[in-house]
Design a protein around this ligand. Structure first.
Ligand code: GAP
Length: 443
């Protein structure tokens, strides 16, 4: 089979240290991935950018970091125990399991004409049954029903149960929001497409609490803000589109929902959503906990349960969007090059420093430049192999600037700076490099 773009991206991600399969030396753990030295920087840059725009740049949003483990009654009240399920079918012949709506299945599962997409047997698929996606574990030393706790399948519930704590301690007034970045877990039936659908992932979620009746306006506001933010990551606008959920697609908590989709190499898929969750979650928690969660409006003395507009993004899926969007294969002077054209501020490494040759004072000056930049920028030192090979390695890492110390540098303290995308080189004074990089990395 010919190598697909995804195959190439997965192998580049491993080769350059972006993403590795979890527990690889034991054969790997299904659909769980580890971020290597460059991947962790890329994801951190995305998360920091999200946090800055959501929390630091807004007066009306507070941050939170709630625990992954929560009281099991949270998941009863939120509807996840009853409703966070996917329809599952088994093949009695080959023992594989599928989502009942797997497009590869021909016919209706449970019927004699239905065909297993793996072994091809007809009539071997069971009738669909509901499979809960939450991971269960036990709290304390007893492995019994009373000790069951869940790994959270969304970070949002940690926000709802803390909404009064944050409101009271931060002295916010409605409308206001709470933002959180954290791990979530789903025992997906059919994970796949690299880091697109995994069983452990990170979410960047914000719940905006508003007065009932104003939620449609805020919903539109947040749709606009989220699209602007994504375009600010440098993602090509023609690769992004909205998809409104039909009645059959809406999650159990949502009255209206729009996905933001990206055209991945494997097709258009959702990676972020804006949801109108009404007072579904707060009213359920109020009922189940017996604790009043109403808001007293100081201006009007009205009491009400706020409605919630949620923006929910996956940090891993956003990282995959950024990787896919940056990936290019080009021909340069008759040679093929693979390059990740990240927006410079998102790139894991901002610059690489190279001595042209390892003699004549060049390594010493290159080291001094590298040490001088390291305090402010994530930079890399490379003196191995031909300069062309070193440039190619940094192209694959998506490093926007290559700083080369050559024979002239030791005479006049200038270096060449190669631009990853235009391949143009300019001479810059070694003492001006920090200011040069800062200007190029803005935005
Ligand atoms: N709180 C709402 C919520 O969780 P969701 O659409 O189920 O909504 C939000 O998930 C985001 O989380 C998705 O847009 C996606 O980016 C990410 N996500 C969900 N399931 C995922 C999975 N199995 N692997 C990776 N990311 C996932």
């Amino acid at each position: 089979m010919p190598e697909t773009v995804m195959d190439k991206l997965v192998s580049l991600a491993k080769r350059r240290g972006f993403v590795f399969q979890s527990s690889e030396i034991y054969g790997g753990l299904g659909s769980v991935w580890d971020y290597g030295p460059l991947g962790v920087e890329l994801k951190k840059n995305i998360k920091e950018r999200w946090w800055r725009s959501m929390v630091h740049e807004r007066e009306d949003i507070e941050g939170l970091d709630a625990a992954i483990l929560m009281h099991p009654r949270v998941w009863e009240a939120s509807g996840h125990i009853a409703g966070f399920t996917d329809p599952l079918v088994d093949c009695k012949q080959c023992k594989n399991r599928f989502r009942a709506d797997d497009p590869r299945i021909k016919g209706t599962p449970g019927q004699p004409d239905a065909q297993c997409p793996v072994c091809g047997t007809k009539g071997s698929l069971t009738v669909a049954r509901q499979f809960n996606l939450m991971f269960k574990t036990f709290m304390g030393p007893l492995e019994e029903a009373a000790a069951v706790v869940y790994l959270r399948p969304e970070t949002a519930q940690g926000i709802y149960v803390n909404y009064l704590n944050v409101l009271q301690s931060s002295r916010q007034k409605i409308p206001f929001g709470i933002a959180q970045i954290g791990k979530a877990f789903r025992n997906e039936i059919t994970p796949g497409n690299f880091i697109f659908r995994t069983r452990e992932f990170e979410q960047m979620e914000m719940q905006f609490f508003v007065k009932p009746g104003t939620e449609v306006e805020w919903f539109e506001f947040w749709r606009g803000e989220r699209m602007k933010w994504l375009q600010g990551l440098g993602i090509r606008p023609e690769k992004l589109r909205w998809h409104q959920h039909g009645q059959d697609e809406l999650a159990h908590y949502a009255k209206d929902a729009y996905d933001i989709e990206y055209e991945f190499p494997f097709g258009w898929q959702e990676f972020e959503g804006v949801h109108n969750r009404t007072d579904f979650d707060l009213s359920n928690h109020q009922r189940a906990s017996g604790k009043k969660l109403e808001y007293l409006d100081p201006a009007t003395n009205e009491r009400f349960l706020p409605y919630v507009v949620e923006t929910s993004a996956g940090a891993d899926r956003t990282a995959l969007v950024v990787l896919c969007d940056a990936y290019r294969e080009e021909e340069v002077e008759g040679e093929k090059r693979v390059v990740l054209q990240f927006k410079p501020s998102l790139a894991p490494l901002k610059a690489a420093v190279f001595p042209l040759v390892n003699k004549d004072g060049m390594p010493e000056l290159a080291r001094r430049i590298y040490d001088g930049l390291r305090g402010e920028f994530n930079v890399f030192y490379d003196d191995g192999g031909s300069i062309g090979r070193r440039y190619r390695r940094q192209d694959e890492a998506g490093t926007p600037f290559g700083i080369t110390v050559d024979g002239q540098s030791t005479q006049d303290q200038t270096v060449t700076v190669r631009d990853r995308d235009t391949l143009k080189q300019e001479r810059v004074g070694a003492g001006q490099l920090a200011a040069y990089l800062k200007a190029k990395l803005a935005g």
